[in-house]
Design a protein around this ligand. Structure first.
Ligand code: FE
Length: 392
């Protein structure tokens, strides 16, 4: 068993300045579409790194759901510039892209096909160390061993998973998260809650991950609505909560809420279902499915008690937890079903069997507390479409 985290996590308002103390020669800054530039954070990062005596190069415009091509271009830029620090900042996408660039920078001969076998990465850090600065409060990629890269030619997503790509340093400065629009705050917040709940009931949960997951859950329930309404203190607490959730799930892994979100996110012609929104919709249904497993039921009841819910027995406590999640979704303007989200019924019916099969095969299914067949997954997806109770 192994429990891996970044060597250092700097947190708090203004900790971006920590960059002044990083020791190195050359830093490449990998960043997304422009909000970090617009709000002045990119200039500050470059300025601090220069103050640290480093030569700085930018790799800008990493797109949402980063592509294989972007990763290869970034790796090439790194091979030309030879950085000893990779500094990735922004939402999940630029940080995920930079993690993959790092692997191809250090091992130009490797391929995505070789990297997707979980926990089979070559040893990194022979050329560069990795520092991540998140601007959204959800994915926690700044502390996790994961990265998702999309091959747009084949429509395949490569989920990379290896403790080698757990960053060396994370800077969790809530000032960056204050730039999130309201909808993104809702979706990323529910993503973080899902990470913590799935990690807590995962078959790989451990005494090392449990306290991180429970604390993250308590902090999300205490702060997400106020963060959504723009309260700066709550926004700060959410930025830390998502990071704690990330530390838990990077080591305990996830479950079928994520399997379903991964395989439905881009499945329908009516438009993308944002990752956190999909998780928020599926979470109460999956809890109802998983609670048939006695160990999972006891763990959901733990979660319910930890946030002050009451109930006659573990079953009632678990139902109270589901009610609480539904109440949160309502407060955050997240739909309760896929129908309400706007997925076309005919298209859903046509695709659900295939999606169910793909979801069962997703990397996150293996650590779900209750096993699931494609036929059961299809039934479960139907419940999430129509809002019908899960009773199987
Ligand atoms: Fe997630």
């Amino acid at each position: 068993m192994r429990f891996t985290l970044p060597r250092d996590i700097y947190y708090g308002r203004g900790t971006l300045e920590t960059l002044k103390t990083i020791k190195g020669k050359r830093a490449i800054v990998v960043v997304g579409g422009g909000s970090m530039k617009r709000f002045g954070f990119l200039d500050r990062v470059v300025g601090y790194l220069k103050e640290a005596g480093m030569e700085v190069q930018l790799f800008e415009n990493v797109e949402p759901d980063p592509s294989v091509e972007t990763v290869m271009r970034g790796a090439e830029a790194m091979r030309a510039f030879q950085p000893d620090w990779i500094v990735a900042m922004g939402g999940g996408s630029p940080i995920d892209a930079a993690k993959a660039m790092w692997a191809f920078y250090e091992y130009p001969e490797t391929t995505f096909e070789q990297l997707i076998t979980p926990f089979s990465f070559p040893t990194l850090r022979t050329k560069a160390h990795f520092l991540a600065i998140p601007s959204t409060s959800g994915t926690a990629t700044e502390v996790t061993a994961f990265s998702v890269i999309t091959n747009y030619q084949t429509g395949v997503k490569y989920p990379l998973a290896d403790f080698n790509i757990t960053p060396d340093i994370a800077i969790v400065d809530p000032e960056l998260a204050e730039t999130m629009p309201q909808k993104l705050t809702a979706h990323t917040g529910m993503d973080a809650l899902t990470h913590a709940i799935e990690a807590y009931v995962s078959t790989l949960n451990s005494p090392f991950t449990d306290p991180l997951a429970i604390k993250a859950i308590q902090m999300v329930f205490a702060n997400l609505p106020a963060s959504y309404e723009g309260d700066k203190n709550a926004r700060e607490q959410m930025h830390y909560a998502q990071c704690l959730a990330g530390m838990a799930f990077s080591n305990a892994l996830l479950g079928i809420v994520h399997s379903m979100a991964h395989k439905t996110g881009a499945a329908f012609s009516t438009g993308h279902i944002p990752h956190g929104c999909a998780n928020a919709i599926y979470l109460p249904y999956v809890i109802q499915y998983n609670k048939k497993d006695a160990t999972a039921l006891a763990r959901y009841a733990d979660i319910a008690r930890s946030i002050g819910l009451t109930g006659a027995d573990d079953n009632a406590l678990t139902d109270a937890l589901c009610d609480k999640i539904r109440e949160f979704n309502k407060k955050l303007s997240i739909p309760a079903t896929l129908a309400e989200f706007g997925i076309n019924e005919a298209e859903f019916k046509e695709k659900v069997a295939k999606i169910a099969e793909l979801a069962v095969g997703d990397a996150c299914t293996g650590s779900n507390p209750r096993a699931i067949t494609p036929a059961e997954m299809e039934k479960l997806l139907n419940c999430t479409y129509y809002g019908t109770p899960v009773n199987f």
